[in-house]
Design a protein around this ligand. Structure first.
Ligand code: ACO
Length: 339
């Protein structure tokens, strides 16, 4: 039996019908980090574009951040958590290995009807999750899918390692994905890629089945982010720009057609390389790395939410998201804005 034989299935274009974000209140500037590691505001800003970031409070988890973003999302859409069918949480910092942060979030918000799962795609997690949600909605299986990108990166950062601890922040963003009435707006296309050979350049070696937690793994700092920054940088510059150009090319578009380009915010120099290739003006590009640093899976939905709140985007605008992260994972997603 083909999927079409089920009868309930249809092909509707999936749309983002609400967006929101949550950032912890605690603001940590580059100057604050100067007191912890041998670094400087000048070095951090020149090499990355970061000026400050937000840190979660002790005990504040990924599902807490996600729940705060979701409560606002539901309010904005005028529905209750009980209306949700599916919850996908993109994260590399789940509250714990299991149960999933999606299950923990479900009970925090009271979404009794929804099932859910976590998706590990690092900085590309949100785009992976949004594309996944679009399949459930587009096929007619579900009508209201919550996609959360949330990370508490401070829980896996070594604050004695100046090469990584200055790069990350904590946060969460959320979108609601629903079927549209027509095909004019919504998620148009996505390109998703991964290459496990890149795993050696950006990883957290401890805590899993390879290196179960022991006093030794803790002593060796295996529960922190390990990164070969130069190699990640090199692949990210090419990967994010390539996948963005490819998306434009296959729809006969140029950079000029985009109202907003939302790149993952790992380093302003990586973003600049992509926008130079597409000949975008800075007014077409979402940039908040200066205020929040790299919030991994939360970055893109936070940018989207800020663009929506500030009315920088309007109904019918063409938007492209693009990311590159651990895995390696990378991708782009093109949509026409609904709200
Ligand atoms: N403050 C001061 N000096 C520093 C710091 C710091 N915070 N960090 C490193 N340095 C020093 C290094 O020790 C080195 O000194 P040395 O020459 O004496 O050895 C010097 O600065 C240059 O270091 P580089 O690593 O060559 O600096 P680079 O210009 O490559 O910038 C950076 C480093 C910012 C990490 C960059 O490589 C980068 O952004 N990489 C990509 C990060 C990324 O995209 N991550 C992916 C997303 S994360 C995810 O998916 C979970």
């Amino acid at each position: 039996m083909s999927v079409l034989d089920f009868g309930v299935l249809s092909t509707r274009r999936a749309k983002i019908t609400a967006v929101s974000h949550y950032l912890p209140e605690r603001r940590v500037t580059n100057k604050d980090l100067e007191k912890i590691v041998d670094t400087s505001d000048e070095w951090i800003f020149e090499r990355t574009g970061i000026r400050e970031r937000r840190f979660a409070e002790k005990g504040q988890t990924t599902s807490d951040l996600g729940a705060a973003a979701t409560r606002l999302l539901l309010e904005r859409r005028g529905i209750t958590a009980a209306d949700l069918d599916l919850i996908i949480v993109a994260t590399v910092t789940p509250d714990m290995f299991f149960p999933s942060s999606a299950c923990l979030l479900q009970t925090k918000i009271g979404a009794q009807k929804a099932w859910g799962f976590d998706l590990s795609g690092a900085c590309s997690g949100f785009i992976y999750a949004l594309a996944t949600a679009a399949q459930f909605v587009g096929s007619g299986v579900h009508k209201k899918v919550l996609v959360v990108g949330a990370d508490v990166m401070t829980s896996i950062i070594d604050f004695q390692d100046r090469a990584t601890c200055v790069l990350f922040g904590d946060g969460a963003g959320a979108v609601l994905v629903e079927p549209g009435e027509d095909d004019e707006r919504g998620i148009i296309d996505f390109i998703l890629r991964s290459d496990g050979a890149g795993g050696q350049f950006l990883y957290m070696p401890g805590g899993g089945s390879l290196n179960p937690p022991t006093a030794e793994t803790v002593k060796k700092k295996m529960h922190y982010v390990h990164q070969d920054g130069k190699n990640v940088f090199k692949f990210a510059v090419r990967g994010m720009a390539d996948v963005s150009q490819e998306m434009l090319g296959r729809h006969g578009l140029t950079g000029k057609d985009l109202k907003l380009y939302i790149p993952h915010q790992a380093n302003l120099r990586i973003i600049r390389a992509a926008i130079d290739r597409m000949e975008l003006s800075e007014s077409q590009v979402a940039i908040n790395i200066d205020r929040y640093a790299n919030t991994t899976a939360a970055t893109i939905p936070i940018c989207l939410s800020e663009a929506h709140e500030s009315k920088r985007i309007a109904r019918n605008d063409l938007i492209m998201m693009a990311s590159f992260g651990a895995g390696f994972t990378w991708g782009s997603l093109l949509l026409r804005w609904e709200i």
